[in-house]
Design a protein around this ligand. Structure first.
Ligand code: BES
Ligand code: MN
Ligand code: ZN
Length: 502
C-alpha cells in the first residue's frame, strides 16, 4: 500500500472515498468536514441533527455522494470527546475508517490530517499516526486463507499548503516502518507452532540481520551446555525441536559505548510440559513467543531508523512439551549464574529460560535491560487484556519506558516489585523455586527474574494480556497484536537523543 501526501482541497480529490471527521457533541462541523457537508447540501449536518452521526470514538459513518463530489463515498470518522482526544485516537479512527472502506471495495482513499484543527495535534504527528493506524488496522494474516476483502492500494493524505510536504513524507515513512515491524511481529505470532519453531525463529532473525545489516548469532544446545544454561535447557528437554538462543546486535554508536539489552521470551509452544495445561484454549499458546517476536521486529525497525545507540537483543527460543525426557516437577536446575532452582511447576517455564537469558545479558555487559514476556495468567487477571504489567528495579529507567509506551500508544501499568513476597520464591532444597503461592503471581514471577539481574537497571514487561486480541477495534486486529514493538522502538530513539544531549 502506498501512502502519499497531496496538496489540495479534500472535497475535490478524485479517489474512491474521502475521510473527514467529527468530535463527539459537535453539532456544526468545521474545517474540511464543513466544506464536504456544504458540497453535499448539508447531508452531514442533517444526519448529526437527527442523531445518526454522533462522532463517538470508533464510529464510522459512510455517505454515498451520488455525483456531488469526485469521490464516490465520504466517511466521517468519530474522534470521541475533545477532552479525551490524543494521538492514539488518530491511529484508532484511521484503522476503523480504513477497515470500513475496505468492506466497500475502495482501493484508493484520501484523508485529512485528523486532530490538527481543534484537536491541537501537530501535522507531522498526525501524519505518522495515520500511517501507523492504516497499516496496523488493515493488517490480516493471509498465509493459509484467502483474504475476505481486497486490499486498499493507496492512501492520500491531503493538506492545504505545499511547504510541509517533505516533513510529512518523512513522518509517514517512519510511521510506515514502525507499523510494518509491528505487523512482522504479528505474522510471527499468528503462525502456528508447527511452522514457527525455534529453528524458524533463528532463520527469520538471520534474514533480518542480512537485510538490515545487524550482527546475528545463534547458540545451539551444545553451546548452551558449555555456558551452563541448565535452566533454559531444562525447559527444552521435553521437545524434539532443537532450542536456540538467538541474538541480534545493532550498532549505531561507538563500540565502547554501552548497549541497551532487549530480551524476549520465545516459547514457540507452551503446553505446560508435565504440569500440562487444560486443553481448552491451548492453541493460543502458539503465541507464547510474542516477547521474542516483538524484540526481533523492534530491532528490524531500529536498524532502519538508525539511532545513534547500540542495542542487543537476546531471544531464548524453545518449545515446552511433555515427554519421557521432559523436565519434572521437583527437578533441580543450576542456572548460568550459579543459582539453583527447584522446579515446582514445569508450566512456569518462561522465567526459567529468561533466567539464563538475563544472566547472559549481564555477561555481555548490556545495560539497561528490558524484557518482554507472556509470563503469567495472573497478570491478565490483574490488568485485563489491554494493559501490560511493568516491573523494574530502577524508577528512573521505569519512567523512561513508561514515557516511551505512552508516546507509542501502548498501555502499560507499573506494578510493585514487592520485596515482602520474595519469601514465596524460597526453595525447599534449592536456592529458589519457580512458583510462589496463589496470590500475586505476576509479582512473584517478576521477583524470580530479579534474582538474575542484580543491580543492572531492568524493566520487565508482562505482556500475557495484550499479546493477543479477541476482536478487531481501532488499529488492533483480532489475533497477535505485536504489542511492545512500538515502545521498544520509541525507547531506542529517545535513549539515542538523550545520549547525544549529554
Ligand atoms: N505462558 C504462560 C502465561 C500465559 C497464560 C500467557 C495465559 C498468556 C495467557 C506461562 O508460561 C504460564 O504458564 N504461567 C503460569 C505460571 C504458574 C504455573 C505459576 C500461569 O500463569 O498459570
Ligand atoms: Mn507456561
Ligand atoms: Zn509460557
Amino acid at each position: 500500500m502506498e501512502i502519499r501526501v497531496r496538496v489540495g482541497d479534500i472535497s475535490q480529490v478524485d479517489s474512491d472515498a474521502i475521510v473527514v471527521n467529527l468530535f463527539e457533541g459537535v453539532e456544526q462541523p468545521g474545517g474540511a468536514t464543513s466544506a464536504v457537508d456544504k458540497a453535499l447540501n448539508g447531508a452531514i449536518s442533517s444526519l448529526i441533527g437527527r442523531g445518526e452521526i454522533k462522532g463517538k470514538f470508533g464510529e464510522v459513518s459512510t455517505l454515498h455522494t451520488l455525483g456531488k463530489l469526485p469521490a464516490g463515498i465520504v466517511a466521517i470518522a468519530g474522534l470521541g470527546k475533545r477532552q479525551d482526544f490524543n494521538l492514539d485516537k488518530v491511529r484508532g479512527a484511521t484503522g476503523e475508517s480504513c477497515r470500513a472502506l475496505r468492506k466497500f471495495n475502495c482501493h484508493r482513499i484520501a484523508t485529512i490530517l485528523h486532530g490538527t484543527g481543534i484537536g491541537g495535534i501537530e501535522l507531522e504527528a498526525s501524519a505518522e499516526a495515520i500511517a501507523e493506524g492504516a497499516l496496523l488496522g488493515l493488517y490480516s494474516f493471509t498465509k493459509y486463507k484467502k483474504p475476505e476483502y481486497e486490499d486498499i492500494k493507496e492512501i492520500l493524505v491531503v493538506i492545504k499548503e505545499g511547504d510541509k510536504v517533505p516533513i510529512l513524507e518523512a513522518a509517514i515513512g517512519k510511521g510506515k516502518l514502525v507499523a510494518e515491524a509491528t505487523n512482522l511481529a504479528r505474522d510471527m505470532g499468528n503462525e502456528p507452532a508447527n511452522y514457527m519453531t525455534p529453528g524458524q525463529m533463528a532463520e527469520i532473525a538471520k534474514e533480518i540481520a542480512s537485510k538490515h545489516n545487524l550482527e546475528f548469532r545463534v547458540f545451539d544446545r551444545e553451546d548452551m551446555e558449555a555456558m551452563g544454561m541448565e535452566a533454559f535447557l531444562g525447559v527444552a528437554k521435553g521437545s524434539n525441536q532443537p532450542p536456540k538462543l538467538i541474538t541480534l546486535a545493532y550498532r549505531g554508536a561507538e563500540r565502547s559505548q554501552e548497549a541497551l539489552g532487549f530480551l524476549g521470551k520465545g516459547i514457540t509452544f507452551d503446553s505446560g510440559g508435565i504440569s500440562i495445561k487444560p486443553s481448552e484454549g491451548m492453541d493460543e499458546m502458539k503465541n507464547d513467543m510474542a516477547g521474542a517476536a516483538a524484540v526481533m521486529a523492534a530491532l528490524a525497525a531500529i536498524a532502519q531508523l538508525k539511532p545513534k545507540i547500540n542495542v542487543t537483543a537476546i531471544m531464548p527460543a524453545t518449545e515446552n512439551l511433555p515427554s519421557g525426557t521432559a523436565l519434572k516437577p521437583g527437578d533441580v536446575l543450576k542456572a548460568m549464574n550459579g543459582k539453583t532452582i527447584e522446579v515446582i511447576s514445569t508450566d512456569a517455564e518462561g522465567r526459567l529460560i529468561l533466567a539464563d537469558a538475563l544472566s547472559y545479558a549481564r555477561k555481555l555487559g548490556l545495560s539497561p535491560l528490558v524484557d518482554l514476556a507472556t509470563l503469567t495468567g495472573a497478570c491478565r487477571v490483574a490488568l485485563g487484556l489491554s494493559y501490560g504489567g511493568l516491573f523494574g528495579n530502577d524508577q528512573g529507567w521505569i519512567d523512561k519506558v513508561l514515557r516511551a509506551a505512552q508516546r507509542a500508544g501502548e498501555k502499560m501499568w507499573q506494578m510493585p516489585l514487592a520485596e515482602e513476597y520474595k519469601e514465596q520464591n524460597k526453595g525447599e532444597i534449592a536456592d529458589i523455586k519457580n512458583t510462589g503461592n496463589r496470590y500475586g503471581g505476576a509479582i512473584t514471577a517478576a521477583l524470580f527474574l530479579a534474582e538474575f539481574v542484580d543491580n543492572t537497571p531492568w524493566v520487565h514487561l508482562d505482556i500475557a494480556g495484550p499479546r493477543l486480541s479477541h476482536k478487531d477495534g481501532g488499529y488492533i486486529v483480532k489475533g497477535a497484536t505485536g504489542f511492545g514493538v512500538r515502545t521498544l522502538v520509541e525507547l531506542a530513539l529517545s535513549e539515542a537523543r538523550n545520549q547525544e544531549a549529554i
